[in-house]
Design a protein around this ligand. Sequence first.
Ligand code: IVH
Length: 668
Amino acid sequence: MSQEQIRQHIEHLREELNRHNYLYYILSKPEIGDFEFDQLLKELGDLEKKYPEFDDPNSPTKRVGSDLTGEFVQIKHKYPMLSLANTYSDEEIRDFDTRVVKGIGESPEYVCELKYDGTAIGLTYRNGKLFQAITRGDGVVGDDVTANVRTIKTIPLTLQGKDYPDEFEIRGEIFMPRKVFDDINAQREEEGDVPFANPRNAASGTLKLLDPSVVAQRKLDCYLYFILGENLPFKNHYENLEKAKEWGFKVPENNKLCKNVDEVLSFINHWDSGRKKLPYDTDGVVIKVNSYQYQKVLGFTAKTPRWAIAFKYKAEQVTTQLISVDFQVGRTGAVTPVANLKPVKLAGSTVKRASLHNRDQMELLDIRIGDMVQVEKGGEIIPKIVGVDKTQRTLFSTPFKFIEQCPECGSELVRPEGEAKHFCPNQVGCSPQIKGRIEHFISRKALNIDGLGQETVDLLFSKGLIKDIADLYALRKEQLLNLERFAEKSADNAIKSIEESKNIPFPRVLYGIGIRYVGETTARKLAMHFGSIEQIEKVSIEQLLEVEEVGERIAQSIVEYFSNPITINLIERLKLVGLQLKMDETTNQLVSSKLNGLSIVISGTFSRISRDELKELILKHGGKNVSSVSSATSILVAGEKIGPAKLDKAQKLGVKIVSEEEFFEMIG
Ligand code: IVH
């Protein structure tokens, strides 16, 4: 085959695959089976590998997402991404209609749509190809998440037909279907990861992942509901959306053109129950004036259009009985009361437990065992108890008495001034606190001991093999092999990752030991300021307050931590096993002042060092690492695959741009 024939064949395969994607994902009318589809995809992938000169970022093979972006570039929206005013009652909808009629002098057509509960996205298409996908951000500037969006199968990379404008933007909502959400959460719980609170958080969290191949596995979906551009084929919203369907977009099926406000209200009423059967979450209805001419006349307030409004359905409530109250003790010793309820169906799942937050909250509700309580599912995974039906209370019910002793270790609980929660003060002897601290210590941002997980910590603790973080370093392979969870390889891995953690730099160790209120940034600042744990052990509150970001509460907590002889002993043992408890020569405080006073942005990927190491270098030479380019930026260090928008912005603002090599020359 000649080069030209190969190019044509590749083009043909792409067109065919795009057409089949459309038939499958948008029209739900596939013409070929999965196997045939995969064969075509494989043929195309092989050809693209063999002939990279014909590569195209919009090829259907790019759906799996392989290019790592490393970070997101911020892009200004061509049209600001506004939100909608909310309403909660029929009267408010009628008021909206009255305002509209007054504004345009007649009763308009409205389009009613469901309000999808996900995360907003703006997709720009140029010459029929997906050019850019930007999140809402602050409405003016959003993140460029194009690489991730390319992995969403229902978003066309190349459009169908020919009659689309050369350039336009289409907006919609990226969401995670409920079934996908349930599966992902089940897997996360099994692996000891924190589950997502709801499908909305899961969708927005997924969209912000740095690795598009992980995004591809999460099976996000997208409905498109708003087109913006100069040369749209029709003069109204409804027809343009219908047209967009022909171009290959997934436009909601249940949009309805309504002739008057009564039809709007019946749409709202119909979907109040109807939406519960949908496989994804919706939280209301969006009502839009159909005609663009009228939209223009009505215009905008500072934040929202006057031609559209959202109706929000009330959160679902259900009544059930309070059976008992458990008390959970967290890593910091915080005690949380949790209600055990008679199981009841609510918003598609069975509810058995609800958080009661703290003693004040329980007293406010005057909640008692045996009470009938109203439960509501908000955004959180654990539902809330919002009220008690006191009319159903029996004569024998007595006020609930909050516990005074820790349910785990029996210590007298304390409630520090200014805190809503009670705490168990027995930091060294209370098992959930000990296990929680060990889990924190091994977590990725701390000592990153990835051969162990929450369940293994539980097991090691229950077998008496670890009682604190220092015990991890005395673990031997044979001990692990005696446990059911471990085989030769996993035991090796665990021991290896424990060993490797001895090289983790001091700031992360300081964060990992888990001093209350000392997060990652504070730990880094403390480490840089004082240089070693020995120094920090000795300092006064006043000296601590000199450190940037350290206030009274943190200073107090640090001093308290180091005044405990048990912690001092623990630190001594960590020293003996060889953990990094001071800044070493290479991670030492200030190496030079060559970057003093400079605000430096880094972008792209680097060949000699990782991004984190580069950030560290900036700090060590007196510079400040900032995340986005602005007029206050002094230098942009441009790595490979740097986002074009960031580069462009830096050039426009006259920010100095240096390569990786030039940066190393600067710091000598
Ligand atoms: S139209 C200027 N239509 O709700 C009008 N928004 O509270 C732009 N949303 O930011 C929005 N479903 O993220 C529109 N059918 C729908 C929607 C919808 C969900 C979201 C969207 C928007 C937010 C406003």
